[in-house]
Ligand binder design. Sequence first.
Ligand code: NAD
Ligand code: DAU
Length: 337
Amino acid sequence: MKILITGGAGFIGSNFIHYWLKNHKEDYLLNLDKLTYAGNLENLKEIHSHAHYQFVKGDICDSKIVHEVMKGRDVVVHFAAESHVDRSIMTPAIFTQTNVNGTLILLEAALKNKVSRFHHISTDEVFGSLGLEEKSKFSEISPYLPRSPYAASKASSDHFVRAYWETYGLPITISNCSNNFGPYQHPEKLIPLAITNLLEGKKVPVYGNGRNVRDWLFVEDHCRAIDQILTSGKTGETYCIGGLTEDISNLEVIKKVIKILGKDEKLIQFVPDRPGHDLKYAINWSKIKNELNWKPQSDFDTWLNITVGWYKKNISWWKRLKNLSFEKYYRKQYNDL
Ligand code: NAD
Ligand code: DAU
């Protein structure tokens, strides 16, 4: 099988490429990535000259390149996106450009080239926010209520993907997953930011009162879920993917990281809240469990220990990302914390 992967130099995409080459040795992967600030070929250096892997630097909004790389592909797994909520609040337009227009260009090319599956990676943020005390969870039938520019752009892309199935019969699947964590995640996101700041002896910024809740999914569990969907999922369907955490607040997550690293809780710094900050995400993943026999392989604490260990071992990897342009972003976001 020949697979086009978009955004494969980012966090989840690069984990997916490693996973797929290990588990599907007969397949050929082509990775199309623009290499924005979030794209990093170092994530893929071990497989850079693998006989079944090819990299093309390019923008999913560039229709010519997209049509070129789509030729002869059987399957598309679409990860490429602007992915950080805080950046979407600062600069929303690029989120529409990449996440909506880029997806549309890919859908057109996929249709023209008659791919047998277009899998779209989406997020639970399209469903909006649960109340902190609410017991229900997001599922495949939850209404769309995006509340940040990032979530709005992902919701729009989901609608286009579904429209290409309904209108043109493009064989699509969509997955809406919760917060991923694990190796190769950019230090702009909460868990890697906390780990790397603590390793540098810096404070960890916690928005608002730290009571917001996320549902944490280890990236390798996510990759196995995508595998199950590609292998056994039904076209036209959506699958929700989540982890094993129940109502864990951001503050509790940070305290766990501090404990693993043997640091002091005095390093927690409460900072002004994110505008429109979603209170809580929680995913009901019983559909993918019951229909495709997927579940996370380990609990949050086990995966968190492994993740912290990875960042401790790969200091030069994240130091290079905490460069001048990251510092500039950091100062703007956290007001010289
Ligand atoms: P990331 O920011 O780490 O990586 C995004 C990748 O896309 C980068 O390699 C970047 O260079 C590339 N890219 C960006 N714009 C591009 C363009 N115009 N053309 C080609 N490549 C481009 O993101 P991630 O965390 O790996 O997320 C991957 C996907 O999963 C995204 O679609 C995101 O919305 C979704 N998602 C992420 C999470 C999470 O917790 N990280 C959770 C749910 C869904
Ligand atoms: O739910 C899936 C989504 O998870 C993905 O679609 C997004 O691509 C991904 O970035 C992530 O979005 P979040 O906004 O939930 O992730 P982030 O790591 O930015 O923040 C996690 C929580 O921690 C959130 O409640 C905000 C809070 N936070 C974040 C940062 C960066 C802080 O308190 N301090 C921080 O410095």
